[in-house]
Write a protein that binds this ligand. Structure first.
Ligand code: PLP
Length: 380
């Protein structure tokens, strides 16, 4: 059992944010401003050289055949499903314990989301529950790599077997995570990424991407994101306006060069948290399965005394967040799906117990130690 971290006597609590985007910006500011200047001087702002280069670099990083930059992660999910012909009458199985965008993409295509429970260790979709949910109308399973820990993709593929059911990844929280040595984005029939502000790889605005190995899906997606068109004013499909912005792509290229180091920093912070907090009463710490390399988008603990812990953080000026307090199957927006309290017990228990601690690459050891000190005070 780890010993309690030392008290910093006489020092008033410091404000420790959940995420500190400014300190990261200050580290890369000169490069970002120079890249903006170059892009604006070049004035090729519609799917210009930075988008094209980023797509290649992102595909390579993800060990995928293609990457297609789009407007945001929600549209990446929607376009991925649409490119595979998912629509009315189709069922898509996914987890309720996710950000609602995963499910919005399914609903907006007229397909039916089938929400299943999680594995309480990893918080990711349970392959056993997926097996029970498959019907003759199932067209796809959308695995969410929640908090940066990959879902058990081989187990999901085994459950699907040789049925005509696609397996997809919602990798919005897991840039660079590995499953049995392979990177997210290369683990299934296609993956959707978000580059929202606070993600492990984040734009300074909106951004998203889809990865796929399938040349024909790549071609459909390149049409769909620009009004179904690759030739000016000639439209093969009714599509969307969902381009990755050129300036955001310039930012993403600069940050991608640092992503591996930033993810390693997150892993080191997670180790420090885990060392300082293990053995503390009913507190459960994040698990990393032996087949996984977690990238700690979130360091999320669980305790039945979650609200007490959140209150202690608030008093001490420490940022924290609950992902997610109301699981999707109990959201009013999805009432028509017909779920009720008790439908997904592991998801509901997690929603009552989880709390995410400050986590970002620039977090200092002193900040981590202070967070741990407050956890001990609140729960010991
Ligand atoms: C799991 C998950 N899926 C999808 C999204 C949607 O991404 P975006 O905000 O870029 O639309 C997010 C992030 O916000 C997410 O966390």
């Amino acid at each position: 059992m780890a010993s309690r971290p030392p008290m910093i006597r006489g020092v008033p609590p410091v404000y420790i944010p959940m995420v500190d985007l400014r300190s990261q910006y200050l580290d890369i500011r000169d490069e970002v401003l120079a890249a903006f200047d170059e892009a604006l001087t070049g004035m090729q702002l519609n799917l210009g050289p930075n988008v094209q280069a980023f797509e290649q670099e992102w595909a390579e990083f993800c060990q995928a055949g293609h990457a297609i930059g789009v407007g945001n992660g929600t549209e990446a999910l929607h376009l991925l499903l649409r490119a595979h012909g998912i629509g009315p009458g189709d069922e898509v199985i996914t987890a309720s314990f996710t950000f609602i965008a995963t499910i919005e993409a399914i609903v907006q295509l007229g397909a039916k989301p089938i929400l299943v429970d999680i594995d309480p260790r990893t918080f990711c979709i349970s392959p056993e529950r997926v097996a029970e949910a498959i019907t003759g109308d199932t067209r796809a399973v959308m695995a969410v790599h929640l908090y940066g820990h990959p879902a058990d993709m081989d187990a999901l593929a085994d459950v699907i077997g040789d049925r005509d059911i696609k397996l997809f990844e919602d990798a919005a929280q897991a840039h660079g995570a590995r499953y049995r040595g392979r990177r997210t984005g290369s683990l299934a029939d296609g993956a959707a990424f978000s580059f929202y502000l606070s993600k492990n790889l984040a734009a300074y605005g909106e951004g998203g991407a889809i990865t796929t190995d399938d040349d024909s899906v790549d071609d459909v997606l390149r049409h769909l994101r620009v009004h179904g068109s690759l030739e000016k004013y000639v439209h093969r499909y009714v599509g969307y306006n969902s381009r990755l912005d050129e300036l955001q792509a310039a930012v993403l290229r600069i940050k991608l060069r640092r992503l591996e180091a930033w993810n390693q920093a997150r892993r080191a912070h997670a180790n420090r948290y885990t060392e300082a907090l293990s053995g503390l009463g009913d507190l459960q710490l994040p698990v990393e399965e032996e087949w996984a390399e977690h990238v700690y988008h979130m360091y999320t603990v669980r305790t039945p005394r979650r609200d007490d812990l959140a209150a202690a953080f608030a008093d001490a000026g420490i940022g924290n967040a609950v992902h997610y307090r109301v699981p999707c199957h109990l959201q009013k927006a999805l009432a028509e799906c017909g779920y009720r309290e008790g439908s997904l017990p592991e998801t509901e228990r997690a929603a009552h117990e989880v709390l995410s601690l400050p986590m970002f690459p620039e977090l200092t050891d002193a900040q981590i130690d202070r967070v741990c000190e407050v956890v001990w005070e609140a729960l010991a």
